[in-house]
Design a protein around this ligand. Structure first.
Ligand code: AMP
Length: 224
């Protein structure tokens, strides 16, 4: 099957590798990643009115209001770089957001989303996040244990000064809260998309490339 625009949702708990897989899909499919977490962190970093509003909620590991997120994604989809579609990373996270996404893709003439759920056991997630480091300027993520050389060599694509830190919300106590929020608010989306027959599930354990190979198998048939 040939489609001119992609609409791919990466679903999964915090730390399963959605962002990493999204970046690989961006390269492979030449469509942008829409990471609502990155967008919100950018606002916090710049201390915009929105950033100041959401900072505390994010720090607690809770979800930002649906209407705010829906407005952010609606305006992001108006940018010309989404002409070939988008990889949604971290959105939708609630049923109302998923309903809104159905509407947004219709408005933009994009296909109904194909949803890939990446699954990793909770114990492994907590370990992974303890060593995750992220660049607050460009969203690049690294593992402190395995990527020391890459961290030292990191340069942001826009030439800005790198700022590689542990996210406040990756600290163990907040991770537990985020896992709980995922189970309560986001996991119901698995059934939601199962009913629409658009859910595909892959194991997120193993190397980045092993997981990516599984993702590509699931996407086979939607590529141009
Ligand atoms: P992430 O980088 O996707 O883990 O997002 C970091 C934080 O941003 C989350 O813990 C939420 O506080 C907020 N956030 C990101 N995306 C959403 C969303 N779709 N709905 C509500 N809050 C979100």
């Amino acid at each position: 099957m040939t489609v001119s625009r992609y609409s791919i949702v990466l679903l999964g708990a915090v730390g399963v590798g959605k962002g990493t897989q999204a970046k690989k899909l961006v390269e492979a499919l030449k469509v942008p990643q829409i990471s609502t977490g990155d967008i919100l962190r950018g606002e916090v970093q710049a201390q915009t009115e929105l950033g100041i509003r959401v900072q505390e909620i994010m720090g607690r590991g809770e979800l930002v209001a649906d209407d705010l997120l829906i407005a952010i994604v609606r305006s992001r989809l108006k940018k010309p770089d989404t002409a070939r579609g988008a990889i949604f990373d971290g959105f939708p996270r609630t049923i109302p957001q998923a309903d809104a996404l159905e509407q947004l893709v219709l408005e933009e003439g994009m296909p109904a989303p194909v949803v890939i759920s990446i699954e990793v056991p909770d114990e492994e997630i907590v370990d992974r996040l303890a060593s995750r480091r992220v660049c607050l300027n460009c969203g690049a993520t690294y593992n402190l244990n395995t990527d020391q050389a890459a961290i030292a060599a990191h340069k942001c694509p826009d030439g800005k000064t790198a700022m590689i830190v542990q996210r406040d919300d990756d600290k163990p106590e907040t991770v537990q809260k985020r896992l709980q929020v995922y189970r309560e608010k986001t996991a119901p989306l698995l059934d939601y998309y199962k009913r629409k027959r658009s859910l595909k599930t892959v194991s997120g354990t193993g190397t980045t490339n092993e997981v990516f190979a599984r993702v590509l198998i699931e996407l086979d048939g939607i590529s141009e």
